[in-house]
Ligand binder design. Structure first.
Ligand SMILES: Nc1ncnc2c1ncn2[C@@H]1O[C@H](COP(=O)(O)OP(=O)(O)OP(=O)(O)O)[C@@H](O)[C@H]1O
Ligand SMILES: [Mg+2]
Length: 251
């Protein structure tokens, strides 16, 4: 069984950045096979990781809905969708990538979500590590894209509101009975630590571990140019913090 890490948090706090840095760190560590999953319909994971995306689950579902004749005789539609998804995994050197995408048409992403959930469940046994980048907020939790994970990383900015918002997400998970073994609180874009107002809130959070990620000028420059994280300066303070986070995750 693979080790599932899900990343969640308020919009723009750094979920995709941290999920990507963990994928790249794991790849360097050569700890085992990795699947990166983009569960955000408004996705940027592939771009930030610097991988070329193949067809997303949304596109595959749409394609088959429009062309039902594609399904070979004797095969169920669900089976064919699954087969196409497996075939379309973006395989890069060091990790594979799968995106939920944005299914078109009216209504919700429920069907794509269900397919994603089903496929993740199956793929879990094929990979050592599965890293899921979620969309912002809490709605995906209500839709229960993530039903269980070995670790949920709650990303917050360095603010009281941010930490309280991450705590709300944690509360909702308990209410929804989603199975999470460990909670990590990741406070991102930290300029200076030890503000008394935040220390209490952080201590009361109930995280199994906490990591502080500094604000990083090199990253800012990359995002201005739209470059992937693989181009990050190797002396970036961000990389030391991610290494610490990785060690806490798997210690
Ligand atoms: N530690 C950091 N230092 C500097 N810039 C950062 C840091 N972390 C994230 N950023 C920048 O903040 C922006 C938002 O980051 P990111 O896209 O990872 O957030 P997100 O939580 O995935 O957003 P969304 O909710 O839209 O999915 C990006 O431009 C990213 O480069
Ligand atoms: Mg994101």
């Amino acid at each position: 069984m693979g080790y599932i890490i899900a990343v969640a948090g308020k919009g723009g706090t750094g979920k995709t950045t941290i999920a990507s840095l963990l994928v790249l760190w794991l790849k360097l560590q050569k700890k085992g096979s990795i699947l990166a999953v983009d569960a955000d319909p408004n996705s940027t994971f592939a771009q930030i990781l610097g991988v070329e995306e193949n067809e997303s689950i949304g596109q595959i579902i749409e394609d088959i809905a429009k062309n039902p004749d594609l399904v070979p005789g004797g095969m169920s539609k669900d089976h064919f969708i699954e087969y196409r998804i497996q075939e379309n995994l973006s395989e890069t050197e060091g990790f594979d990538f799968l995106a939920m995408g944005r299914p078109e048409g009216p209504g919700c992403y429920c069907y794509a979500n269900n397919v994603l959930r089903g496929i993740v469940k199956k793929l879990v046994s094929n990979y050592n590590f599965i890293i899921i980048d979620n969309e912002a907020g809490m709605e995906h939790l209500s839709r229960r894209t993530t039903r269980s994970a070995n670790c949920l990383l709650l990303i917050s900015d360095y603010s009281l509101m941010g930490i309280r918002s991450a705590k709300q997400i944690k509360g909702l998970i308990k209410d929804l009975d989603i199975q999470i073994k460990r909670y990590g609180l990741v406070i991102n874009r930290v300029l200076r630590q030890n503000h008394q107002e935040l220390v209490k809130e952080i201590n009361d959070f109930g995280a199994d571990f906490i990591e502080y990620i500094p604000e990083d000028q090199n990253l800012l420059e990359l995002s201005i140019k739209g470059l992937p994280l693989t181009k990050l300066n190797q002396n970036s303070p961000l990389l030391t913090a991610v290494e610490n986070l990785g060690r806490k995750l798997w210690q």
